[in-house]
Design a protein around this ligand. Structure first.
Ligand code: GSH
Length: 365
């Protein structure tokens, strides 16, 4: 039976799937889910995708959401060759970085422009949203050859940096990697030498021989594919990997953006708390995670994966600003206890989380 794609044509991520389906020349059935009429929130759709987003793909018993993951899955399963999503580790990491850039930055900034117009009756493009979108569209994306040994750039305050530290620790690579402090609060990330390395000026970035990559999710996937003894942290099996990828995109697109919206006003602009709307949207993300954890022990199945590392570093930081009540989120609380018991958790996340907590508390005082 042909896979079914659920979506609405106005949605850019749905159209990314259309283009992929056309490029692959495959037969996929299309079912419209009208977001404007709330069809994505109806029980029959929530059964297929509890995160209620389109596009969603159903392929036999397997369903998966997030356009980036769906397109990678379709190429992996139906592509005649791997040209649209290369199997070569470094070429794939570059494609992945571009996809996380789209999911974490470009799409979110587009959403900030379109959401008020489509869903809130606003009649003009908000100036700050337009500026954000312009900024996201401008940096040139390129990679430069660099030298050995592997270097991780960033700072313990940063949740994505800690997700990569967890991965490095879990792989036992902590002594094989050099660590170079890039402190965003001092503007280190905007200095020309760092911009040469990562023109998008985010931390973490990772330099491995003459190859440089950034975005914690991509670095973590790269580290497991290149250095792990087995694939348990990032399975090679197409469906299992798609589930991990979906959780990674949930982290980058939803959870981390919620954390950023809560943290930036406090850390940068002197706010003394999190406003109600931002707190509510972060709690919505907690609700989604609670639903995912009703389905499995860890965020992407019965084993720890890099998706747990990304989500735990983001979530424990968000918890400092918008606390996660254990009675409202029992599954999240149980999972956090399991994560905290991992032998590498203290060095990978807790040490930096303590610094982040201290910083936030000093700003709120
Ligand atoms: N999706 C990226 C997000 C990285 C990110 O935004 N890091 C923040 C620090 S927590 C940063 O570098 N901010 C500085 C900037 O964007 O200029 C990842 O997972 O690596």
């Amino acid at each position: 039976m042909a896979p079914i794609l659920y979506g609405i044509e106005a949605s850019p991520p749905v159209r990314a799937c259309f283009i992929t389906i056309e490029a692959l020349g495959i037969d996929v059935k299309y079912k419209e889910v009208n977001l404007l009429e709330g069809e994505h929130l109806k029980p029959e759709f929530l059964k297929i995708n509890p995160l209620h987003t389109v596009p969603t793909l159903q392929d036999g018993d397997f369903s998966i959401c997030d356009s980036h993951v769906i397109t990678a899955y379709l190429v992996g399963k139906y592509g005649k060759d791997d040209s649209l999503y290369p199997k070569d580790l470094q070429r794939r990491a570059v494609v992945d970085q571009r996809m996380y850039f789209e999911a974490g930055i470009l799409f979110n900034r587009l959403r900030a422009v379109t959401f008020p117009i489509v869903f809130e009756g606003v009649k003009v493009v908000k100036e700050d949203a337009a500026a954000g979108l312009e900024e996201a569209s401008s940096p040139s994306v390129q990679r430069k050859p660099v030298t050995m040994p592997p270097i991780l750039y960033g700072s313990l305050f940063s949740p994505p940096y800690r997700a990569t530290l967890l991965t490095i620790q879990a792989l036992g690579l902590q002594d094989a990697v050099e660590y170079q402090e890039v402190n965003t609060r001092n503007g280190d990330h905007l200095k020309p030498e760092y911009l040469k390395l990562n023109p998008l000026h985010t931390i973490p970035a990772f330099k491995d021989g003459d190859f440089t990559i950034w975005d914690s999710h991509v670095i973590n996937a790269y580290l497991v594919d290149k250095y792990a003894k087995d694939d348990s942290l990032y399975p090679k099996d197409l469906e299992k990997r798609a589930v991990v990828d979906q959780r990674l995109f949930f982290d980058v697109g939803v959870l981390f953006n919620g954390l950023r919206a809560a943290a930036l006003p406090v850390l940068k602009f002197g706010a003394k708390g999190v406003d109600k709307e931002t707190a509510a949207s972060l709690e919505n993300a907690y609700n989604s995670l609670e639903l995912l954890l009703e389905r499995s022990t860890y965020v992407a199945g019965e084993h720890v994966t890099i998706a747990d590392f990304s989500i735990v570093s983001t979530l424990t930081s968000a918890n400092v600003l918008v606390p996660i009540a254990s009675n409202r989120f029992p599954k999240i609380s149980g999972w956090l206890t399991k994560m905290q018991a991992l032998p590498y958790y203290a060095a990978g996340n807790q040490a930096g989380l303590d610094k982040f907590t201290e910083l936030v508390k000093s700003k709120l005082a």
